[in-house]
Structures are given as structure tokens and as C-alpha cells.
Design a protein around this ligand. Structure first.
Ligand code: SAH
Length: 248
């Protein structure tokens, strides 16, 4: 069954669905040529999914009956935030957003660091579409948030509930060991807070930035002896997190 995230113009409650957004109406009636009786899964970012039978497909609105509502089991049991320094190469960044979404990232923060060459993210609408499509395709219950650009130094808040990790080539602690220690938990009690991973740009973080992060309590970790491209890093770390949480 096809899965669709509805927009704020649309309403899905426990009983019925009312779709008013032009995009979805166009997709349902013109692209997919759905007819009365078609069953779809609608998602409204609540973490629930609604199995809906389409009943009335008009050019201005579509009405459907909710057959079943169920909680999506596809979200990670913790919050995983990827703060990625803006890359010069937009295509690589888009790839990172897509793969991160597939792996369960809850939010992305575009970071500005000493060596970021591009200072604005740009193409935000396109990026939102990439996140939404990747979330639909991978069966997620929520579309990851795309937050405002933030300076690297400003990301380290005072909150005790967040753990910050900065991958940096040459660090002594392995990320997999960090995960075993901090996320896996003893007696099967898994981490349920927020893990923020800060990844450098093509030119990496400066030593000064790494010391600063450390002074704010961030854990500096290694992903092995080879230098990975920035966009590979989110994927590798997301995989290790999911594996630690017992998902893979
Ligand atoms: N030229 C840079 C590498 C940049 S790679 C340098 O030599 O430092 C981009 C980012 O990916 C880095 O800032 C770091 O956050 C992460 N990264 C890449 N390979 C890594 C590794 N083996 N261990 C830890 N972090 C790594």
C-alpha cells in the first residue's frame, strides 16, 4: 500500500481523512489515477499511520474513511540528531539527508564551522521534499526535522539529557565502544535520550573546534584509520547506532 505524509492543510483523525493540499490531490488523481475504493496509508507526523479507503476524489478535496489506525514501529527508541557542517557539494549533502532519514535520524542541523565554505544551506524546499520522500519510502512514522543553520560553538547546550559526539580522525575512543557504553545500557535498558552527532565539512574540524567541543563535554570519537567522506560518516554512525539499539 502506498504511504503518504499529509500536509498541514489536510486532516486525518480516527474516523476520516480530508485532503485539501493541491500536491496530494494532483498526485492521487492525475499521477497515480486513484479511484474510489483505493486504499492508502496516510501519515500526519504523529507517529501513527492511518489506513484509509478513498471515497470521494474531487478536484478540490478528497475524502476518505479511516479503516485502521496503528502506531508506527519504525522510529528509533531514542532521538538521533545529525548536525552536519554544510558541504560545498550539495549533491553529497542531499545524499546524506536521504540516507540519514532511511536510518532513522530525527532531526538535521546544518552547521557552520571554521572550514565550511558555503554559509547558507539553500534549496530548503527541495531538501524538505527529499526528507519526506525518504521517510515515505522507508516506512517511517515521522519526517525528520530540518532545523536552522547553527554555528558549531552554539550547538553545545547545557542540557544534561543530550549527549554530544564529534567524530574526528585520530580520536582514541572508537564510536562503537562509545555506543556500547553509553547507548546499549546494562540489563537491556537502552538509551532513550538525545544523541547529537556533529560531523565536520570536507576540510574537517580545526583542532581548536575539537578542543572546544571537548571542553563542553562532547565525546570525540574515531571511525577507524581511514578518512571517510563527510557524507559517509552520518550513514556509518547511524548504522552503528541502530545496531547498538538492537535493530540490525
Ligand atoms: N580532511 C579532513 C577530513 C574531513 S572528513 C581531515 O583530515 O581531518 C569530514 C568529517 O568526517 C570530519 O570532520 C569528521 O567529522 C568525519 N570523519 C571522517 N573520517 C573519520 C574517521 N575516520 N574518524 C572520525 N571521524 C571521521
Amino acid at each position: 500500500m502506498h504511504r503518504f505524509f499529509v500536509s498541514q492543510l489536510d486532516v486525518v483523525d480516527d474516523v476520516q481523512a480530508l485532503i485539501c493540499s493541491e500536491d496530494l490531490i494532483h498526485q492521487f488523481t492525475k499521477v497515480l489515477r486513484f479511484e474510489k475504493g483505493e486504499q492508502v496509508i496516510l501519515l500526519n507526523n504523529s507517529g501513527f499511520q492511518y489506513e484509509v479507503e478513498l471515497q470521494d476524489l474531487g478536484s478540490k478535496k478528497i475524502l476518505g474513511k479511516v479503516l485502521n489506525k496503528k502506531f508506527c514501529e519504525t522510529e528509533l527508541p531514542m532521538k538521533l540528531v545529525v548536525a552536519q557542517a554544510i558541504l560545498k557539494n550539495m549533491e553529497r549533502l542531499e545524499w546524506m539527508f536521504q540516507k540519514g532519514t532511511e536510518l532513522g535520524v530525527s532531526a538535521f542541523i546544518p552547521l557552520l564551522s571554521d572550514r565550511t565554505e558555503r554559509k547558507v544551506l539553500g534549496k530548503v524546499e527541495r531538501l524538505h521534499r527529499i526528507l519526506k520522500e525518504a521517510a515515505e519510502q522507508s516506512g517511517r512514522g515521522k519526517v525528520p526535522e530540518l532545523l536552522e543553520e547553527k554555528k558549531f560553538e552554539k550547538i553545545f547546550g547545557e542540557s544534561d539529557e543530550k549527549i554530544f559526539v564529534v567524530p574526528h580522525p585520530g580520536a582514541t575512543q572508537k564510536f562503537s565502544d562509545f555506543c556500547k557504553e553509553k547507548l546499549a545500557g546494562e540489563n537491556g535498558e537502552k538509551f532513550s535520550g538525545e544523541l547529537v552527532i556533529c560531523i565536520g565539512p570536507e576540510g574537517g574540524f580545526t583542532d581548536k573546534e575539537v578542543y572546544f567541543a571537548q571542553s563542553k563535554g562532547a565525546h570525540v570519537v574515531s571511525l577507524g584509520n581511514r578518512i571517510l567522506r563527510a557524507e559517509t560518516v552520518a550513514m556509518v554512525m547511524g548504522t552503528i547506532v541502530a545496531e547498538t539499539m538492537g535493530e540490525m
